[in-house]
Write a protein that binds this ligand. Structure first.
Ligand SMILES: *Cc1c(COP(=O)(O)O)cnc(C)c1O
Length: 415
């Protein structure tokens, strides 16, 4: 065997896989259902070679781009969608959606605690970046979780009684928080709590890391809009960059006007030869997402066998692709990330060090050796260098390669 993996670690892996058989079968079933959903959308929209051609310049009449919007709308059960490589990341897509839905004097309400770190700068809760929502006079409030870290439905219903609240934002994934990621059913309960009080509030969901982890999406449970990154689940590992928005027509249009120009919206935006990657990536996405979930389960079980605390535990049901492993001290967190880096197909020879990432308020250590820069559907681990020194592990284009990454991380941890 060419990789430096001890017999002891390989035997531990066999035990872990034996224990995960039922979990893996459950994940495969979800992938099968989602693959059918995607194939149905491709066939309904008569995908053909001509969709892959794409445009340059203004990007008028980009057939593949416009059809892909329709296909996303089909998959997410929405009126409209906007899938664009011009979104530089997920934060950009989310911010466009917020600016599209809010005006000065309105209030944005986060329903389940603080937003993901980079969104905080965009809203203007931390830092004073020019052009934040705050700088345009858009207010912000958040409803904290209950004592047992669950959505506070009563608190949310109360908060939306203020008529200035125009958008409720639900973050599906935990991000760098410790709360559990939300299931689609839990998101549905929040939507009911909001809409039972006020019908005129738009509910947006930060869907990052959640796509295809379950067999339904938040827009089937009452959300008006979902937003996510194409270098996570729905890009299937092939999309080179970009983001998507799917939801009610007026909200998608508002986001499009913000992404490009009021009056132009969805009409411009050339695809520069990338349509094929978007289509093929979406086609693979249900499978790729399942590979990432299996890699997360395998990591959880291995770390549990070694005595570490995990969240979710290997026996629990995942609602996104993130796996938390609590190390309790900086040193094992760094070693684990070093091992993950050693398992990468790209840049396996470098050693990750904590650094001050733009948009984050503590140094973050990141292990990633990916084909697409920063793509976290590819195996990656990162952690803010603060208590409780938790690694957030995600991705794995194939279960086999994900597993090897975990095995090398276990070796590094033991060294
Ligand atoms: C990844 C992520 C985002 C967007 O992050 P980008 O790095 O800008 O793509 C937003 N919210 C959550 C919960 C995420 O996981």
């Amino acid at each position: 065997m060419p990789l430096q993996i001890s017999e002891e670690t390989r035997q531990l892996a066999a035990r872990a896989e034996e224990a995960l058989k039922e979990q893996f079968a459950r994940v495969d079933t979800i992938a099968q259902i989602n693959a059918e959903k995607v194939l149905d959308a491709f066939q309904t929209h008569r995908v053909s070679e001509s969709y892959f051609a794409g445009t340059t310049g203004y990007g008028y009449d980009d057939l593949g781009r416009d059809k892909l919007d329709e296909i996303y709308a089909h998959i997410f059960h929405t009126e409209d969608a906007l899938v664009r490589l011009q979104f530089v990341n997920g934060t950009h897509a989310i911010t466009c959606a917020l600016f599209g839905a809010l005006k000065p004097g309105d209030i944005l309400l986060y329903a389940v605690g603080a937003p993901y770190d980079t969104i905080q700068s965009a809203i203007g809760i931390v830092g004073d970046a020019p052009g934040s929502l705050k700088s345009y006079g858009i207010g912000y409030r958040q409803v904290e979780l209950t004592a047992d870290e669950k959505p506070d439905l009563a608190g949310i219903s109360q908060a939306v009684r203020d008529p200035k609240v125009k958008v409720v934002m639900i973050q599906r994934s935990r991000g760098y928080a410790t709360r559990a990621s939300l299931s689609v059913a839990e998101i549905g309960a929040i939507c009911d709590a909001v809409h039972s009080v006020r019908q005129d509030v738009s509910i947006l969901v930060d869907n990052c890391y959640g796509e295809f982890v379950e067999t339904t999406e938040p827009t089937q449970a009452g959300a008006d809009l979902v937003v996510g990154s194409l270098i996570k689940n729905p890009g299937g590992g092939l999309a080179p960059t970009g983001g998507y928005i799917a939801g009610r027509h007026d909200l998608v249009e508002g986001a499009a006007m913000r992404l490009t120009v009021p009056g132009i919206g969805k009409e411009c935006g050339s695809t520069l030869g990338n349509n094929r990657s978007f289509y093929q990536g979406l086609f693979l996405a249900p499978h790729t997402t399942a590979q990432a979930v299996k890699t997360a389960l395998f990591a959880a079980k291995m770390m549990e066998l070694l005595g570490y605390q995990t969240d979710p535990a290997s026996t629990q049901v995942h609602h996104d692709i993130i796996q938390m492993i609590h190390f309790g001290a900086p040193d094992p967190l760094k070693k684990f990330c070093k091992g993950i880096q050693m398992g990468a197909p790209v840049d396996s020879y470098v050693t990750p060090e904590p650094w001050d990432m733009p948009g984050y308020d503590t140094p973050v250590i990141m292990a990633a050796g990916s084909f697409i820069q920063g793509a976290s559907i590819e195996l990656s681990a990162d952690g803010p260098m603060r208590e409780p020194y938790t690694a957030y592990l995600q991705g794995g284009l194939t279960y086999e390669s994900g597993k090897l990454g975990i095995l090398l991380a276990v070796e590094a941890l033991r060294s």
